[in-house]
Design a binder for this molecule. Structure first.
Ligand SMILES: Cc1cc2nc3c(=O)[nH]c(=O)nc-3n(C[C@H](O)[C@H](O)[C@H](O)COP(=O)(O)OP(=O)(O)OC[C@H]3O[C@@H](n4cnc5c(N)ncnc54)[C@H](O)[C@@H]3O)c2cc1C
Length: 349
């Protein structure tokens, strides 16, 4: 949205970007960072650079409350900001990570600093468990296995297990795609455990609902999106899963001056997966509707039924799928690298 604003944003509007992290990392390349294929700098989406280009004021801080009657957002540092129009694009958190004891026992992939540190301190052949068999969990398991295989060349195998509660990986994709991906993981030494809902974890063990427990020196949490606690605190309308309920123009239901996009928003009547692809594609619609909402006609976000999914397998290859077709190999990895690098460069100095 800031990129568009930099190109053709209205100069008479004062834009403020409030963000809790001024150098976010591009999640699509985090598995590659875990595999050791990129340096951290190569993933930086620089909010400072983007705010400057858009002529926006940057307010570094976390929003803790919103009072739409008073048209104020409140920040963690005790200050507040008034608004005429508000766009909430705060992303999501991980399902189950705030359950008792979980956050202390597991490591998320975003931000990746703790994960990278813990990988560095893992002993040779230590058991690693990735919880969640969606796209992120799959890439992380493959890339962790690749990293540990390379590092522990002398000490033996990678010992990575991917644990999924459902009957197959990649729910929402065709079963044939899921089994190709599972085969690709197993070929790379990742053990895949399906129908194994996780009850909880502690520092050394992952506990399944079945009562089974297995040792884990590092448990990576990749359970999919859940609403940030902030959303409930705002009192704004939410869907049955707790994400902000927006209409196809991305305007929050019944609120004239609040928009929401990306993972934190749920378009009523549409199933839009929580994926960066949709967040990025919503940006032009958000830009148009924020600038037009003074009066002209709003446009609607029309999610495409399918999008290209490219999963980094961490060993110089990737597996990709679209419209039920699957392709695997080095050229798929090169394609992902070109697309990712081109994307990130748009947001760097
Ligand atoms: C390991 C991993 C790999 C992934 N790979 C892909 C992929 O290849 N392709 C794909 O399509 N999707 C991928 N995803 C999903 C993708 O990351 C998300 O769908 C996408 O980031 C959502 O974008 P967003 O702008 O809605 O939220 P985010 O990218 O999460 O951005 C939200 C921003 O809001 C800030 N923020 C949050 N709360 C507050 C607050 N209270 N106050 C102020 N600022 C706040 C955050 O600091 C952050 O900068 C991946 C996810 C993970 C975890």
């Amino acid at each position: 949205m800031l990129e568009r604003w930099a190109e053709k944003g209205p100069t008479a509007v004062r834009l403020t970007l409030v963000t809790a992290s001024s150098d976010g990392l591009y999640s699509g390349m985090i598995p590659g960072l875990v595999a050791g294929e990129y340096t951290r700098d190569e993933l930086v989406l620089d909010a400072r650079v983007m705010a400057e280009r858009a002529g926006a004021r940057l307010e570094a801080g976390r929003v803790t409350e919103i009072d739409d009657d008073a048209a104020l957002v409140f920040l963690e540092n005790g200050t507040s900001l008034p608004y005429d129009l508000l766009s909430l694009d705060v992303g999501s958190t991980l399902a189950g990570i705030d359950d008792p004891g979980v956050r202390e026992a597991v490591v998320p992939a975003r931000p990746p600093d703790e994960l990278l540190d813990r990988i560095g301190r893992l002993g040779d052949g230590s058991p690693v468990v990735v919880v969640g068999g969606g796209a992120a969990g799959i890439e992380l398991a493959a890339c962790l296995a690749a990293r540990l295989r390379t590092r522990d060349r002398v000490g033996g195998g990678s010992n990575v297990t991917l644990v999924e509660g459902g009957a197959r990986l990649l729910a929402g994709y065709q079963p044939s795609v899921a089994s190709r991906v599972q085969h690709a993981l197993e070929k790379r030494g990742v053990e895949v455990r399906l129908q194994s809902p996780v009850l909880g974890a502690d520092a050394t063990t992952v506990h399944l609902e079945s009562g089974e427990a297995f040792p884990s020196a590092l448990t990576v949490w990749a359970t999919g999106s859940a609403p940030q606690p902030l959303l409930a605190r705002t009192g704004l309308p939410v869907d049955r899963n707790g994400f902000l309920a927006v209409d196809p123009t991305l305007r929050v239901r019944g609120r004239e001056r609040i928009f929401a996009a990306g993972d934190c928003a749920s378009i009523e009547g549409e199933h839009v997966p929580k994926a960066g692809v949709h967040a990025v594609r919503q940006a032009p619609v958000l830009f148009h509707n924020l600038t037009a909402s003074a009066g002209s006609r709003l446009v609607e976000y029309e999610p495409q039924d399918d999008f290209l999914t490219l999963l980094n397998l961490g060993d110089g290859t990737a597996i990709g799928t679209k419209w039920g077709h699957v392709a695997e190999g080095r050229w798929v990895r090169r394609l992902k690298d070109v697309i990712d690098r081109r994307f990130v460069r748009r947001f760097q100095a």
